[in-house]
Design a protein around this ligand. Structure first.
Ligand SMILES: Nc1ncnc2c1ncn2[C@@H]1O[C@H](COP(=O)(O)OP(=O)(O)O)[C@@H](O)[C@H]1O
Ligand SMILES: [Mg+2]
Length: 313
């Protein structure tokens, strides 16, 4: 990218000055040579060298067949305890986030949506979000010692400000007020879980979000909710890694870059046209081009024959 593309705004920390300690600027997540194994099976490498750079303001889609390692990538970035990073790094703001605890990652502005969110009976959506927001703000004030979540002069958010914030964000996502009083994920439909995920993202205002789409049972409504939520939050200060099994999600969210994951690596990268090609041709040709085996299920479905009634109409 041409360095002149990136305007330096007043007040922005200048990090790409020659000779400064940090050579990457803090507007990008740089994943290099990431290798990941499941804790229980250390000889089974799921990710075998992922290289990826996502800058703020960009939407990158990761696509791949079932079992290609998409969720493992999200989990590794999140710090899921069931996965071990055996090699590589993910640099963000001068730090390798893979070495940090999940809560520190969140405080640094990373947001990792869960593919299978858990219910927390007894905890309301509003309390949950306020606690999460305070945890995030604690990170921003630099240390734990002086922080007081109930005291706005010590980094916390006042009840009044929080109410205004949650109202504003719920309106943005077209959620009705009753949603905030419900218990986290308890009895939520798939679509409501997705709405909470989007609301959480809107409240926390991350600088980098990893969104993992569930591979099955995601109905068109849930897909639209995610797409509307993401589109409402697009900003030059937010980078998005959108993990999806379905090209159709990309009918609602336009990615700047599309990457295909197979055999633990990114085997093809391109623009939106790559997703369209996948829709038309299936994974087969791209896998073969990468020297990987492809099965019949990787080929595109043949076009539906025209209905009898249409033919004779
Ligand atoms: N905790 C685990 N232990 C053993 N194997 C796992 C574990 N997690 C994922 N795998 C295997 O790694 C592969 C990639 O899984 P996953 O990342 O969930 O793929 P995707 O999200 O692309 O469908 C699959 O073959 C899966 O069975
Ligand atoms: Mg998955």
């Amino acid at each position: 990218m041409n360095p002149t593309d990136t305007a330096v705004l007043p007040g922005d920390p200048v990090t790409d000055v020659p000779g400064s300690a940090m050579t990457t600027d803090d507007r990008e997540l740089v994943i290099s040579d990431l290798h990941v194994v499941p804790i229980g099976q250390p000889d089974r490498e799921i990710l075998a060298g992922i290289d990826l750079v996502v800058r703020k303001g960009e939407v990158h889609a990761i696509m791949g067949r079932n079992g290609s390692g998409k969720t493992t990538l999200a989990y590794a970035l999140m710090g899921h305890p069931a996965y071990q990073v055996t090699h590589g790094q993910a640099m963000w703001k001068g730090l390798d986030v893979l070495k940090l605890s999940p809560d520190k990652r969140a405080r640094l502005g990373l947001f990792l949506a869960f593919q299978y969110p858990t219910a927390i009976p007894g905890l309301s959506v509003a309390s949950f979000l306020r606690t999460a927001l305070n945890a995030r703000r604690r990170g921003l004030t630099g240390g734990d010692s002086d922080f007081d979540p109930s005291d706005p002069t010590r980094g916390g958010i006042s009840m009044g400000d929080f109410r205004r914030l949650i109202r504003e964000k719920m309106a943005l996502l077209r959620l009705d007020d009753a949603f905030a009083a419900r218990y986290v994920n308890e009895g939520f439909s798939g679509g409501e879980k997705k709405r909470l995920e989007m609301l959480q993202m809107a409240i926390l205002q991350p600088e980098f979000a990893v969104l993992d789409e569930t591979d099955s049972g995601l109905d068109i409504d849930a897909l639209r909710i995610v797409a509307e939520g993401v589109n409402a939050q697009l900003s030059p200060d937010l980078g998005i890694l959108l993990i999806t099994h379905y090209q159709r999600l990309l009918n609602y969210i336009t990615p700047d870059f599309v990457h295909v994951l197979a055999a633990g690596r990114i085997v093809a990268s391109g623009g939106r046209d790559l997703a369209l090609r996948l829709e038309q041709e299936g994974y087969g040709p791209i896998l073969r081009e990468a020297g990987l085996p492809a099965s019949a299920s990787d080929e595109a479905e043949p076009a539906e024959p025209a209905e009898e009634s249409e033919v004779h109409a």
